[in-house]
Each structure stands twice: as structure tokens, then as C-alpha cells.
Design a binder for this molecule. Sequence first.
Ligand code: IMP
Ligand code: MG
Length: 191
Amino acid sequence: MRNFAQILFSLKMKEVTYEGMTFEPYITAETIKNRIAEIGRDIVRDCGNTKPLFICVLNGAFPFASDLFREVEDIDAEITFVRLKSYDGMGSTGKVKEMMGLKENIEGRNVIVVEDIVDTGRTIAGLLETLRERNPAALKVATLLYKPDALEFDIKPDYVGFEIPKKFIIGFGLDLNGLARNLKDIYVLKE
Ligand code: IMP
Ligand code: MG
């Protein structure tokens, strides 16, 4: 049995540093895994035999999509991947993102967009608008993380792994300038 000081020490040891910033453990790999299994069960229950098409938003959502997709093995489902190309728009809306890579015809299909995180909601709002033009039968969003206090757009994710405060996190697909996506756990910027 470890004492409190030893536990604190081992947690401290797990701190990670990127670009001079220190991050501390926030959500463990095991907690993430269990939560994704629950979301998978919800999706199996809701989708039945509609043969949903999962659309994974690269790069960040790939570990979540990989785990989630294998949690729905009891139903027929397909997965595909899109990438969003950002432009720095001149208008007040800021960045405009164009969807690239979707070859599938989604008309009449049950579509589930898989995202790593919904922050202001700009990315997902834009993506949903683009996808809606292609007339899917249903369009839902599964996001591993959701910062409700940061939301600025009129969207509501259908499946949420974890609601978190407005803090910067990394790991399990989430990056800091391209790094830290390969961390098994999720870490939060230390204040
Ligand atoms: P939104 O368009 O404001 O919802 O932001 C979504 C995108 O911002 C995500 O797909 C991430 O790439 C990035 N992002 C937002 N919050 C975080 C964070 O805490 N850590 C890492 N990336 C984040
Ligand atoms: Mg992302």
C-alpha cells in the first residue's frame, strides 16, 4: 500500500512537458476506454440495423474513432475519414474550413461524425452544414471531449465522452502543434 506522498510523487512523475509548458494527468487511458465502451453501447442501441457511416475527422479523432468503431461490432457499420483544410478568412467569422476526402455518397444514410473535441463549435458547425447539403437521413456527432462553457455556435453533440471546463488539454489524439497525440492518457495544462 503506497502512502499519500508516494502517490503524489508518482503522479508528479507523470507530468509531461511540451514547448516549455507542463501538463499534468487529467483523464486516464482506462477511464477513456470505459467511457468509449459506454458510448459504443449507446450507438448500437440507437442505430439498430441502419448501417451507420462513421466519419472520422482527421487528425485528432483517429484514436477515439478507432476505439469507438470497434465498440460497435454488434452492428453493421462503415467508417471513412475526412480532413479539414483551414483558410484564414478575412471576415469576422475567422477561419473557414473546407472538408476534403469524402468519397462516399451519404444521401439517405445514417451518419455519425466522430470528433476529438468540441471547443467553440466552429469546426463542427461548419462541417455539419457541408454534410447536411448532401442529404443524409440522420446526422449525429460523437465527440470525446466537449467544453460547454466555450461554445459559441448553435450545435449540440449527440454523444459526449467527457464534458470539461475551458482548459487546454493534450493526448489521445489531441495535439500541441502536432505533438502529444500519441499520449495514452489525457493531460491538462498546469496552471
Ligand atoms: P472549435 O472549432 O473551436 O470547436 O475547435 C475545435 C478544434 O480546436 C479541435 O478540433 C482541436 O483541433 C482544437 N482544440 C480545441 N480545444 C483544444 C484543446 O484543449 N487541446 C487541443 N486542441 C484543441
Ligand atoms: Mg480536431
